[in-house]
Design a protein around this ligand. Structure first.
Ligand code: GDP
Length: 319
């Protein structure tokens, strides 16, 4: 019985997803990961957001880098460098073991969902983390130096090029993950939570899957987003820079505008509480609280508050 669906990117999303996993059982929570950041590299399929979620929820994430596995070594990268291999995208030795297993399973014909479920089981993760789709979707970033595959923009070019737009290659042929569709049909669903992830590159690829927005709207469970923008900045990554370059305000208000009438609830930081009245509409409630998740307690408290907020919201279907 799925009570909560969380739509998530990597680091920001994984923080809230971890909080949710501390009070919702594996049956009650479905975490849906963006795969727009995925790419093929060194013959491997790299899934940054899925892996960040897996490692974070299994408590083996690397606290120093913010990505990859804890307790990591880099011998393969060093060896790769000495033979002139590509090292701009870093993969630690332990992380590589996961990638090799994933590649082997994908090559034997398993779906991405199956390979992720197998890996999750092998690292002791009970809560389901599923890719948004088993069909490949690849985010392309339109910039002042041309269109770049996402990781070339993000890692190789360090987010320096000026962004003018996005394209999600392959999305028109993508079907939503069947477990997501089952969860959306579950009469006990109480909330769809859009985690505090980058709206353009972590959440929009999910929402771009044909028919998914309509399926989300058709549910009586409220859709609630937690703002990744606090004050006038993102806590990490290029969200604020992208907002600016695309001509929007860098504020939580721009995030509310971006999701528009998809949301029935919006959680903003207490620092932005003055925006609450402006952002509250007939069909969208606003809740202001501490949304900076430093400790595990912060993650659980925000997750609990966000989930509880859903129960106070009447959706159009239930009014
Ligand atoms: P990525 O795929 O690894 O870039 O991760 P996400 O898209 O899931 O998260 C990036 C966003 O998370 C950034 O816009 C950050 O501002 C936001 N973020 C990170 N940590 C926090 C936090 O503790 N609270 C909130 N509200 N947002 C956060």
């Amino acid at each position: 019985m799925t009570r909560c669906i969380a739509l998530s990117g990597g680091v920001g999303g994984a923080k809230l997803a971890l909080g949710l996993s501390k009070f919702l059982s594996p049956d009650e929570l479905l975490i849906v990961a963006n795969t727009g950041d995925d790419f093929e590299h060194l013959g491997l399929t790299i899934c940054p957001d899925i892996d960040t979620l897996l490692y974070t929820l299994a408590a083996i994430a690397n606290p120093e880098t913010g990505w990859g596995r804890a307790d990591e070594s880099w011998k393969t990268m060093k060896a790769l460098e000495t033979i002139g291999g590509e090292t701009w995208f870093r993969l630690g030795d332990r992380d590589l073991a996961l990638h090799l297993t994933r590649k082997q399973q994908l090559s034997s014909g398993k779906t991405l969902s199956d390979t992720i479920a197998n890996i999750a089981e092998s690292i002791g993760l009970k809560h389901p983390v599923v890719p948004m789709s088993d069909q490949p979707v690849r985010t392309m970033v339109r910039t002042d130096i041309g269109e770049l595959p996402f990781q070339e923009y993000f890692v190789k070019n360090q987010c320096v090029p000026k962004v003018t737009g996005f394209q999600f290659a392959g999305v028109n042929d993508a079907k939503p993950n069947p477990l997501l569709m089952d969860a959306l049909r579950d009469p006990r669903l109480e909330a769809v939570i859009i985690c505090p992830s980058n709206p353009f590159i972590s959440i929009d690829p999910i929402l771009a899957i044909p028919g998914l927005r309509e399926d989300l709207r058709a549910r009586s469970a409220p859709i609630i987003a937690v703002s990744p923008i606090i004050g006038n900045r993102a806590l990490k990554g290029p969200a604020a820079k992208m907002l600016r370059e695309l001509g929007f305000d860098t504020s939580a208000a721009a995030i509310a505008d971006h999701y528009g009438d998809l949301l029935q609830g919006f959680v903003i930081d207490s620092q932005d509480k003055d925006l609450a009245n402006k952002l509250e509409t007939k069909s969208r409630r606003v809740h202001a609280t501490n949304t900076v998740m430093k400790s595990l307690e912060d993650r659980v408290t925000l997750a609990r508050e966000t989930f509880a907020f859903a129960s106070q919201i009447q959706t159009p279907q239930t009014v």
